[in-house]
Design a protein around this ligand. Sequence first.
Ligand SMILES: C[S@@+](CC[C@H](N)C(=O)[O-])C[C@H]1O[C@@H](n2cnc3c(N)ncnc32)[C@H](O)[C@@H]1O
Length: 400
Amino acid sequence: MKSISGKALCKTDKHPNLEVKNQAMYLKNNTSSKQPENPRSPIFSSCSIINRDFSDNFRLYQSDESIFPIYMLGDVTEVLKELPTESIDFCMTSPPYWGKREYDAGGIGLEENFNTYVDNLCSVFSEVYRVLKKTGSFWLNIGDSYYHKNLLGLPWRIALSLTDDQGWILRNSIVWNKVKGGLDNSKDRLRNIHENIFHFVKSPKGYYYDIDSIRSSPRKTKVVNGSVVSATGVTGVRYKRKIELSTELSENEKRNAYNALEEILRQVSNGDISDFRMIIRGQQRITHSNSEKVSGRAKELKEKGFYFLKYHPKGSKPSDVWEILPEDTQKRELHFAPYPVDLCKIPISSTCPPNGIVLDPFCGTGSTMLAAQLLGRKSCGIDISERYLIIAKERNETIL
Ligand SMILES: C[S@@+](CC[C@H](N)C(=O)[O-])C[C@H]1O[C@@H](n2cnc3c(N)ncnc32)[C@H](O)[C@@H]1O
């Protein structure tokens, strides 16, 4: 079969059953002994677009070594129904906005009523719930819409319906600050430059989460002239001087503060912490509540005369506000709403195990799949538009 761009599509009818079966047997025979020379792709030796037998092809892909994405062409609800229960490790997607764009092949987002749109999306996500493993994560990026000048709050309507009616657990609501917005000529409201990203899991405990994989790299301590210097140049000399000169600390408190400082410097030199700040009563502007009822730090300051802020030796974890520029659509006129590959990197690294399978049920031009491939994960994308899947496949092939 030929695609609209004239390129041959890799559909199942291009994989005669016999050939696939033989290859599957080849795989079986080899798993117990040595790995194939090129560990990447005995069957799916490049990205594939599949338009039927989704279940069989998915099972083949599961047992295959390849990290090339597979793409499934069809209506999301129909395709998802064929995927095995609890077979997916991670799902991230950005469904169509309501009433804003007309995509290549129609689909969700064109409903007359926004309630029908919410219902349609929620029924897709109940299938996502079924196919996701108990340890899995679902990240949903979704934009809002206005109706009769009223901001509908669609992201939260959907999020609450998922937690209240389907049993999802919402772990984070991330604000994606797009920094620059689209063209906005309205004179009676602010420019909108953010979207929501929700992180859902299926159970409160035991879901896969590798926090260390997304920490910013910590700055290291070093030794200068025989003294330990923390990541930001703290040696302790300045704090020792402050303790000595303090008019607010009693002699006893000074002794305790000094000993505690020595202990912290020892932890820095051992690499147990990478940096610290020492807050001494009466010497710094207080940045937290002064009330000891509200703030444990205020209590420490009152009772001991000092406290420490310690920095994690493995670096700090990202916050729930992400500043990421939107994808440059200039070079991809064929699709109106791709999201940036960078948006998927924290979610995949932290919540998809290295040997896991990523799913994007509205994959469009395949940004999620591209991120998965760059991070060494297998992935499966679904879209109703053949044209977008061809663009997606071509994008994946640029990083082969
Ligand atoms: C916002 S776009 C996704 C963009 C994608 N994140 C990217 O980076 O290119 C939403 C996609 O959902 C697809 N879509 C809409 N309704 C669908 C349906 N019923 N089944 C499958 N795909 C559908 C559209 O074709 C469109 O590509």
